[in-house]
Every structure is written in C-alpha cells, then in structure tokens.
Design a protein around this ligand. Structure first.
Ligand code: F6P
Length: 537
C-alpha cells in the first residue's frame, strides 16, 4: 500500500530483494569482500573533486537496480525538460532555468529561447558595470564619499545563497564590507546600523516578490533612518537598489527604475544565487571570480546532463539518499563540512532540500504515504565532533552522512592545522563505518562498544575556490531535483509556507492596532497573546 507508486516500477522488486539480502551486512564486510571497493565506488570529477560513496550499505547490484529504477521513471526526459525550459514548475506554471544563468556566453544549449539568453546577458552586464563602479569608487554616496559597506536586505533564498558563497570565498574578498540583514528581529537591524555609516552604505533590497514582510519591514526602517539623517527623499536613489521580479513594488517603495536589477520569473528563490540575487557576492569578490563561480556550476550541469548514470555524481547522491529513505527509513541526513569557510552550508541546504522536497502530496494531488525530504542538519567539523558526534557513533538513530572537505586552504600558514583537520575528516568516516572491534580486554565494557556501520559519502575538493563552490551547489541542486522526481513530487514550489504568512497577517493587525484579541482563537494562541499584551505594558 505504502509503496504502491514504487511497485509500479518493474525494478522495485529487485531492489526489495537486494535490500533483504544486504540489510544486515556491515560496511566492513563489503570492504573485506572487495579489495577494489574504493575504485569501484568513487568518482574523480576533473581532478577537482573526489566523490567516494564506498562507505555505504550498498553493493553493485544496489546501484545497478537503483539506476534501472530511475531510468524506468524516465528521469532523462525530466532532466531534458528542465534544461530546455519546459514549464516543469507546474503549480506555478513556470519554467525552471537557473542552469541558464551559469551557461557561458555563446554556449550552445538545448534552450533556444533567444530572448532569455539575451536577458541573461544584459542582466550580467548590468551587474558587472555596477560592481566595477562600486568597487573602484566611481559610484559615490549622496555626500560624495566612496562606498564602504553593502547591506543585503533579504530572507530565505534572497540571503542564504549569497551569504554562503560570500563567506566561503572570504579570502577572495575586496575591501567592501558586506552585511546580511534578514530577520525582522530589531536586534539584527540595530547590530548592523551600529557597524555602518549610512552615507557610505548601499542597501540592496533583495526580494523576488518585493512583498516579503521581513524584508520590507527592514527596508522601510532603514529608509526612515536614512531620510531622518539626510533629509531629502531624492538622496535615496544613490543608496537604495532593488533586486526583484517586480518593478512596481520597488518603485512604490521609492527606488528608481534604473536601480532595479531583475530576478527572472523562471528562477526560484532558493536557486537564485546565480542571478542578480548574487550581486552582494559579486560586489565582494569581483566580477571575474563570480564568473568562475558560475563556471563551476556549469561544468557540474554538463556532467549531470551528459555523464552516464553510473558515473554521475548528483544521480548517485540522489539514489543513495532515496535508498536510505525508502528502504532503511532513515529520517535525517547529516551534512558535515570540514571547513569553517562552509559554515553556512547547512542553512543553505536546509532551504534547498526541505523547501523543495518537504511535500505531502504527489504530482497527481494524492496524499503521500512515504517519507519525502530527509531532515537536513549538521555543522562544521571538527567542532561538531565535540557536540553531537556521540549520537552518531553510539546513538540509536540511524542516519546517513555527507562529509565535505577541501585539501588546500587559501592560506599556507599554520600548515599543521590543515593536516589535523583533514586527519579528522578521514578518521571520522572510518570510525563511523567500521566501528571498533571488541578486544578481549574490553569486550564486556558495554559503553566502549562501537558497532560502526554508519554510512557516509565523502566529498573532497582539491581546494577552496570559486569553481569548487559553484560545483558543490550545482551538485546538490541536481541531487534534490532527482530526489523530487523519484518521490513523484513537484520540487520547485513552496506552498507550505503560505499558511503561516496569512495567519501572521491577522495576528499582526491585531497586535499593531492594539485591537481586542479574537475570541475565536484557540485557547493557547489566545492565552499567549494575552500574556504578550500584559507584559508589553
Ligand atoms: O517564504 C518562502 C520564500 O518564498 C522562499 O522561497 C524565498 O526564498 C523567500 O521566501 C524570500 O522570498 P522573496 O525573495 O520573494 O522575498
């Protein structure tokens, strides 16, 4: 019943048989039986990245049938639909074309829409000119001073991608200081205002819709401060820019038309770092590095589009994740980044994965009776080794892990730290997979037992640079897309966030106007608001 949809696929039975055969195997058995396991279960991507998936509870047949299974689901046709601009975001009647944004100019692709190609070129040119002018000091603030700080005001996809990449490429940054303002909590605004000087700051109001309450509230408060200090509203045009799909809303806000950078309708918020939403990143690392970042994503796009499935990293990541989700009932995926530069990766991936695939109805509108997106969590190694790794090594929950690392840092100083960091990266995947043999001596010391058999993928890059981060993000985007196809859901909408927004509006009105609380509220919400009002006095 639960797996009705999968049972229709003629390879599901083979997968079930394979599962019955190997579900009680230990990862160490696979290695004992096959000296060549690493070579057979790893992929060297252009000498830039090694993807090792050998420490998983899979054998050759698992992969064989998983790949047959997705072929049967016509995955290639789904991939082609996305790349050629068909409207695969059905519930929003939109194409999904973030891959076009990273396509080098003059690159011949399956997308023949000349208008889109031209629009993308013009958008990139506008970003390039603007970033040159800000970085070299040609563009000045209303008092004639050079710009020193840029504040990205945006939330969700309008913040997470740019912030992640900007922090990852810290060593590539110029002198501009970039700040990210997302939460509506006034502490965030106050903290940033303390750090900046309004007359030398640019405000990028990033919102595809330009209606997102948090972003508009923050933007309005900054505008108020600005007008209070510089008096004239006309000064705003030197300091406020909009990055949006809407033209009217930014204009109503007071931003001049030429200060609007377009987000195309066919780019989803969580896939928008490659568009003008990436402007804060371009300002920080410069146009050339931003192009390298786009290039990294593009080469992964081409790998995903053309590589055979048995060597295709996003495809393998997706089917392995599906394997654990459907067959082993694994509910969470842990992302462990062995680089401080990647500290924002989990936040980014949570939106990418859970907003895309956290769905409870399938493409035919039927209620889903299997688990969809895994819960994504994790952190930075080595820090998390000293917090939640206890649960990974000896807890009762079965999780699967992705370990990510970079062999070369930007800095060569304190070289021993890098050796130490990478040794930890190798050690943890090994310890989790193989556990510890019980020696005669401590056989009966129950708390020193390590059963091992915790699966992980290792994703190890040669170095920290713009190309690597482009590859990494594109790789996960495609993994999540394939998972969506496997789960028979629409990955590119996010209707689940709407209810909270509409309930918020009603409560906000009531609090703002200090109106009587609506007695039809449930007693919990009613009781909490009553306390809020009492304590607010
Ligand atoms: O509420 C969810 C969401 O729509 C995300 O998908 C999006 O990234 C974020 O809000 C911000 O939306 P906008 O760019 O329209 O302000």
């Amino acid at each position: 019943m639960v797996y009705k949809i999968f049972e229709k696929n003629k390879y599901f039975g083979d997968l079930c048989n394979n599962f019955e055969k190997i579900k009680n195997f230990d990862i160490k058995d696979f290695f004992i039986n096959n000296n060549n396991r690493f070579n057979e279960f790893s992929i060297n991507f252009m000498d830039i990245l090694i993807f090792d998936y050998s420490k998983n509870i899979i054998d050759k047949n698992t992969i064989f049938y998983l790949l047959k299974f997705i072929k049967e689901m016509k995955i290639q046709s789904e991939i082609n639909k996305m790349f050629s601009g068909q409207k695969i975001n059905k519930t929003e009647n939109s194409a999904v074309l973030h891959t076009v944004l990273r396509k080098p100019e003059n690159f011949n692709s399956s997308l023949n829409n000349l208008n889109i190609n031209l629009e993308v070129k013009q958008s990139l040119k506008k970003m390039k000119n603007f970033s040159y002018n800000v970085i070299n000091g040609t563009l000045k603030g209303c008092t004639g001073k050079k710009i020193t700080d840029v504040i990205n005001v945006g939330i969700g996809g309008s913040e997470l991608g740019p912030k992640l990449v900007n922090n990852f490429l810290k060593d590539y940054r110029n002198n501009l200081k970039i700040h990210y303002l997302s939460n509506v909590d006034n502490n965030n605004l106050i903290d940033i205002l303390k750090k900046i000087n309004l007359e030398t700051s640019l405000f990028l109001i990033v919102s595809k819709t330009f209606t997102t309450s948090e972003t508009i509230t923050n933007a309005n408060s900054i505008k108020e401060c600005f007008i209070k200090k510089f008096g004239e509203e006309k000064n705003i045009f030197r300091h406020f820019y909009a990055i949006s799909n809407s033209i009217n809303n930014p204009i109503k806000f007071g931003i001049s038309k030429e200060n609007i950078f377009k987000i195309f309708n066919w780019v989803g918020g969580r896939y928008s770092i490659w568009s003008s939403v990436g402007l804060s990143t371009m300002l920080s690392i410069g146009y050339k590095n931003f192009k390298k970042f786009l290039y990294g994503a593009h080469i992964m796009d081409m790998h995903f589009l053309h590589e055979k499935y048995s060597k295709n990293i996003p495809i393998l990541l997706a089917v392995i994740s599906f394997w654990y989700n459907i067959f082993f009932d694994v509910e969470t995926e842990v992302i462990l980044s062995y680089s401080t530069r990647l500290k924002n990766f989990v936040d980014y991936l949570q939106q990418l994965s859970m907003e895309s695939n956290g769905k409870n109805v399938d493409r035919d509108g039927k209620e889903i009776l299997y688990n969809t997106s895994q819960i994504i969590w994790g952190g930075v190694g080595t820090n998390c080794q000293h917090s939640f790794f206890q649960l990974l090594h000896q807890g009762t929950r079965f999780v699967s892990c992705d370990f990510i690392s970079f062999v070369n840092n930007f800095h060569n100083s304190f070289a021993n730290h890098n050796i130490n960091l990478l040794s930890n990266f190798f050690a943890q995947t090994k310890a989790l997979a193989f556990g510890k043999k019980f020696s005669k001596k401590n056989n009966n010391i129950f708390y020193k037992k390590f059963f091992g058999n915790i699966p992980s993928n290792s994703i190890m890059f040669r170095k920290i640079d713009p190309v690597s981060i482009g590859i990494l993000l594109s790789m996960y985007e495609h993994k999540i897309f394939v998972q969506g196809v496997l789960l028979n859901i629409f990955s590119f909408d996010q209707w689940g966030v709407e209810l909270g927004k509409s309930v918020f509006k009603k409560i906000y009105k009531c609090l703002k106007r200090n109106k009587r609380i609506n007695y039809t509220y449930d007693s919990s919400t009613y009781g909490l608001i009553k306390y809020y009002k009492k304590w607010k006095k």
